[in-house]
Write a protein that binds this ligand. Structure first.
Ligand code: SF4
Ligand code: SF4
Length: 174
């Protein structure tokens, strides 16, 4: 089983301070879209991210796991942590439709429509053209601006491969 080094807390903190993930332009587009991504994507937590999120909420990691996470076991025994599957995200307030962990939400969730691919052992971050945000220039530019920041995050390529293989197996994004 592979164990991945945890990304340090200050890196998460810095990321969220630098990139908010939404603004009035993105909000206008998303409110008309109806949240296709909420139904189809899963919020996958990066190595060490459950500790960071639990700390921000002032609860223990075990309580955080119990309330908010499902743990997926890969063929080689690697554990991948995702926001609870099956229903709407546990952080989505059903009345206001607002995300209740906006300031510390999973980075993979926050950056969408930026997604990652791996070709010939090289990781690339690209914009998912299925998302309406990709079609509005000001929004597209906004999300493209986070790509350099993402490229500097110490995310192990093997961990990314696991997430891609899990996604390919279980989700039809089209
Ligand atoms: S991020 Fe994209 S898919 Fe999700 S609600 Fe906004 S426009 Fe729709
Ligand atoms: S963490 Fe927030 S943005 Fe991500 S799926 Fe849940 S409610 Fe939506």
């Amino acid at each position: 089983m592979l164990r991945f080094p945890e990304i340090p807390m200050d890196i998460y903190e810095n990321f969220h301070r630098t990139f908010r993930g939404s603004n009035q332009n993105t909000f206008n587009v998303c409110s008309k879209c109806g949240g296709v991504c909420e139904q189809n994507k899963i919020g996958t937590l990066l190595p060490g991210e459950k500790k960071y999120m639990a700390k921000k909420m002032g609860i223990s990691v075990s309580e955080f796991e119990l309330k908010y996470l499902d743990i997926l076991k890969m063929d080689d025994g690697t554990l991948i942590h995702v926001l609870k599957l099956g229903e709407l995200c546990p952080f989505l307030n059903k009345e206001t439709e607002i995300c209740e962990c906006q300031d510390f939400k999973p980075i993979i969730c926050k950056i969408y429509p930026v997604v990652f691919t791996i070709k010939a052992d090289k990781v690339s971050f690209i914009i998912d053209n299925c998302c309406q945000l990709s079609r509005k220039k000001v929004c597209r530019n906004y999300f493209e601006s986070v790509i350099p920041l993402l490229s500097h995050l110490p995310i192990p390529i093997e961990w990314l491969r696991h997430v891609i293989s899990y996604d390919d197996l279980n989700f039809d994004y089209d």
